[in-house]
Design a binder for this molecule. Structure first.
Ligand code: NAD
Length: 483
């Protein structure tokens, strides 16, 4: 599989691949990618704008479905090399990479189906007045993607954008430029008009910032940190864009006294260390009923310590490398600061090289305002806290600026539902964690974001509703009743 990656603008692959992308498990260069500037961003916007304004792409639902189905087919034909590239470039385990590619392909197919059903509605608000609500494509969408799940996070924005009839500019994180370009190359097919999808690669955010400011971009679909999300919201204010923001989280797992702690501790350990703890929904805080705290301490330490840290490409590894050495060092420094302040350090993570490896840390703490119970620490770090009552559990879980996801562990189904309703999170799992589906809307309450991706509602981020009103009148001889 070709690895060097170029920009794709107005249907042409362009630019000189000069920046290296490397494998975080061993530092080896995997390939090179283009370094874009603001002129490249302007060219990509102008191509996307032109195709949106001057072709029937937005009205041709069957063509859009066809393009999406062909994309899914092309991805499927290369699924194994794509999964291997994803593992090499991101560090995640090969099992997780294969799962991500399968989920991404399935999601493309889901939106291919929906492309044929972007339905509005018609009402008659007064006799003889017909109001048609058309759901129209919003225009040009800029899709800014992080590195942690670059395949599925690309698809969950780009597929609904294309299904809805938008044209798009994709801007991945530098660290996962090669896998993104490899996936976009699978979209290069005759049915897709030139400029309907454009790709901009860069190290940093100069081109991305230009997309956010541009008056010719109608929608920003951003997945990434809350900090950058806020910056984008401010920068997009002048041009009043539609914003879809999928941001950070600090997911709690609430474990009640009727739970089988021995059985669930290994599942919580995996939920916390998925993608080396670099998943927005990863389990970050385990809140356990005080009667089960001793057992949870022992079982969780055992489960976390038994996970094998090693190169993602080795099928025996449970936890791969972090995204790069700089991130590993930053996470490790924060974890050490947390260990200094926590009531108890139950398991202390260690780094090992030459790759960006870091084993999991578990601390116990009683004070939920501590920075490490509040801030998103994007690595294998978990806190253990206790509660006595349901009310206390919910208050502790809701005591955060985030609201992305949580899980409730109990066999009492009424309690599970009661707690799920009280939690201020976009997703709540019962006796499970980290389950996401193409069909089910995901998104954040509070500072975890705006809008929803996945599911039918994702189309709302890429559409506008137009009201067309016609006074058709009533037939002669029909009495119009007075008020
Ligand atoms: P990040 O915010 O640093 O970067 C994300 C993307 O934004 C990258 O492509 C980056 O180049 C770009 N970017 C950076 N500065 C920008 C600017 N000023 N203007 C426009 N674009 C800019 O995030 P990251 O470190 O790549 O990813 C990790 C974060 O993403 C975590 O906070 C995680 O929780 C979050 N995340 C959220 C979800 C979700 O569904 N809510 C999913 C995955 C990741």
């Amino acid at each position: 599989m070709e690895r060097d990656a170029m920009n794709w603008i107005a249907g042409e692959w362009a630019g000189k691949p000069v920046l290296a992308s490397s494998d975080p498990s061993n530092g080896e260069t995997l390939g090179r990618f283009v370094s874009s500037n603001t002129q490249d961003a302007d060219a990509a916007v102008s191509a996307a704008r032109h195709t949106f304004d001057h072709t029937t792409w937005a009205q041709d639902a069957r063509r859009r479905q066809d393009v999406l189905l062909r994309w899914a087919q092309a991805l499927e034909l290369s699924v194994e090399p794509l999964a291997e590239l994803l593992t090499h470039e991101n560090g995640k385990t090969i099992g997780q990479a294969r799962g991500e590619m399968r989920a991404a392909i399935s999601e493309v197919r889901y939106y291919a189906g929906l492309a044929r059903h972007i339905a509005g509605h018609v009402i008659e608000p007064e006799p003889g007045t017909i109001s048609t609500m058309l759901r129209e494509a919003a225009g040009v969408a800029a899709i800014i993607v992080p590195w942690n799940a670059p395949a599925v996070l690309l698809v969950r924005s780009l597929a609904p954008a294309l299904a809805a009839g938008c044209t798009a500019i994709v801007k991945p994180a530098a660290q996962t430029s090669l896998i993104t370009a490899a996936m976009i190359r699978c979209l290069d097919q005759p049915a897709l008009p030139a400029g309907a999808v454009n790709l901009l690669l860069e190290n940093g955010a100069e081109a991305a910032a230009r997309l956010v400011e541009s008056a010719d971009v109608d929608v920003i679909s951003f997945t990434g940190s809350t900090e950058v999300g806020k910056r984008i919201m401010r920068a997009a204010a002048d041009s009043m864009k539609r914003l879809s923001l999928e941001l950070g989280g600090k997911s709690c797992c609430l474990v009640f006294e009727d739970s089988d702690v021995k059985a669930i501790a290994p599942r919580l350990a995996r939920a916390a260390t998925i993608i080396s703890g670099q998943q927005c929904t990863a389990a970050r805080r385990i809140l356990v009923h005080v009667s089960k705290a001793d057992q949870m301490r022992d079982e969780l330490v055992k489960a976390l310590a038994s996970l094998k840290v090693g190169p993602g490409i080795d099928p025996a590894s449970d936890i791969g490398a972090l995204i790069d050495a700089a991130s590993r060092d930053a996470v490790q420094t924060t974890v050490e600061r947390a260990c200094d302040l926590a009531d108890r350090v139950l398991l202390r993570g260690t780094s090992s090289g030459p790759g960006a490896f870091l084993s999991p840390t578990l601390v116990e703490h009683g004070e939920p305002h501590a920075f490490f119970c509040q801030d998103e620490i994007f690595g294998p770090f978990v806190t253990l806290e206790t509660f006595v009552t349901e009310k206390e559990a919910v208050e502790k879980a809701n005591n955060t600026v985030f609201g992305l996801s949580a899980s409730v562990w109990t066999h009492d189904s009424a309690r599970a539902f009661r707690i799920a309703r009280a939690l201020r999170d976009g997703t709540v799992w019962i006796n499970d964690h980290n389950r996401l589906f193409a069909e089910a809307e995901t998104g954040g309450y509070r500072q975890s974001g705006l809008g929803r991706l996945h599911g039918y509602d994702a189309l709302a981020d890429f559409t506008e509703i137009k009201h067309i009103c016609v006074g058709a009148g009533v037939l002669e001889g029909i009495e119009v009743l007075g008020s």
